[in-house]
Design a protein around this ligand. Structure first.
Ligand code: AQP
Length: 329
């Protein structure tokens, strides 16, 4: 592993699914790789679905702030905003011309998101092509993501392979890196995955009272109607969450009691709330500090873009020559 790249969309509040599935891994990789751990707030991706232009800049800044608050160390890694390095979209266009439409229409994320829209923009279809450009412009070999992104990373490999075969061997074929302990965090509705655009999230900076209200709604084993009914932890979304955030010994003991109807759901939900807040409290405290010093976040982002842009420019120049463009004299 020499260089990693990953991105996060400023399309809403960053949630514990993002944290457990991706950001936690980014922090670990940053410890190992330093500046070659490159992380990006992908604002051009966030505009592939309907969005509020008034809110985009603020959300982009917030996404950076939350990542730093969550433990991404800007003194070690590189963090920047996608639109500050315009070569990403330039490379995406080149890849667009080389990617069969059929490869894009079969993407699960495209199908899911398109189904939720009245009018589907072409940008939503091209989403994974831009993602491929984000990764390949830095010749990254590893992409730490949640399981939901595996199909896109496979497409990135195909795009690299196709380009290398047709023009010139420029790009590595990057590997996805999914945390086996948290590949896909479900939504608090117990369905699919926790997702900003579905609104089934627990935000990293959400008010604890609001978080508790949400935890109260997490579905329990539907077969357990009375407190005296034995429960099956495997059927309870409360336990699914608990496994991600509480020590295994604690989860095992609670599961045992639950099976014997020795503990009420509300008690387990209280414990889940406490365990989640143990993770979120330091993040929220650090975020409050960063809010008092926004210039620090600005400096991180400006410095990050300044550092990676020459890499992106050099790759783009290789690409322009490889595909046969007339270069200016
Ligand atoms: N529920 C999840 N479990 C594990 N990992 C997840 N990720 C997202 N949701 C989960 C991972 O977080 C990283 C950043 O995701 P993103 O914001 O760029 O896009 P996303 O995957 O599409 O996240 P959302 O919340 O579902 O956003 P919307 O609804 O706007 O598309 C990625 O590595 C992702 O795998």
């Amino acid at each position: 592993m020499k260089r990693v790249f990953s991105g996060i969309q400023p399309s809403g509040e960053i949630h514990i699914g993002n944290y457990l599935g991706a950001i936690r891994n980014w922090i670990k990789l940053g410890e190992k790789l330093g500046r070659d751990a490159i992380f990006c707030i992908v604002d051009y991706h966030a505009i592939t679905v309907p969005y509020d232009p008034e809110a985009l800049a603020k959300r982009t800044f917030e996404a950076a702030l939350v990542n730093i608050a969550a433990g991404l160390d800007p003194e070690k890694v590189t963090l920047f905003v996608q639109s500050h390095v315009p070569e990403h979209t330039e490379l995406a266009w080149v890849f667009t011309t080389q990617t069969p439409v059929g490869d894009l229409t079969r993407m699960t994320q495209y199908k899911d998101k398109a189904a939720r829209q009245v009018s589907v923009g072409a940008g939503l279809l091209m989403y994974p092509v831009l993602q491929a450009a984000d990764i390949l412009i830095y010749k990254a070999d590893t992409v730490p993501v949640g399981e939901d992104q595996l199909q896109h990373i496979e497409l990135t490999r195909e795009i690299a392979r196709r380009f290398n075969g047709r023009f010139k061997e420029i790009f590595p074929e990057p590997q996805a890196f999914v945390d086996p302990n948290a590949p896909r965090i479900p939504g608090i509705d117990g369905k699919a995955k926790m997702s900003k655009s579905v609104g089934n999230t627990i935000g990293l900076l959400e008010d604890p009272k609001q978080i508790w209200e949400k935890i109260r709604t997490i579905p329990d084993d539907p077969a357990r109607i009375r407190l005296s009914d034995p429960g099956e932890p495997e059927r309870s979304t409360v336990f699914t969450f608990l496994k991600y955030v509480a020590p295994p010994g604690m989860v095992q003991a609670l599961a045992e009691e639950y099976r014997q109807a020795g503990v009420g759901t509300l008690v387990i939900k209280r414990i889940l709330f406490q365990e989640i807040m143990k993770i979120l409290e330091p993040i929220q405290a650090r975020a409050a500090e960063l809010r008092r010093d926004p210039d620090y976040v600005w400096d991180v982002l400006m410095e990050g873009a300044k550092r990676v842009r020459p890499i992106a420019q050099a790759t783009m120049e290789e690409v322009r020559q490889a595909i046969g463009l007339l270069r200016p004299r």
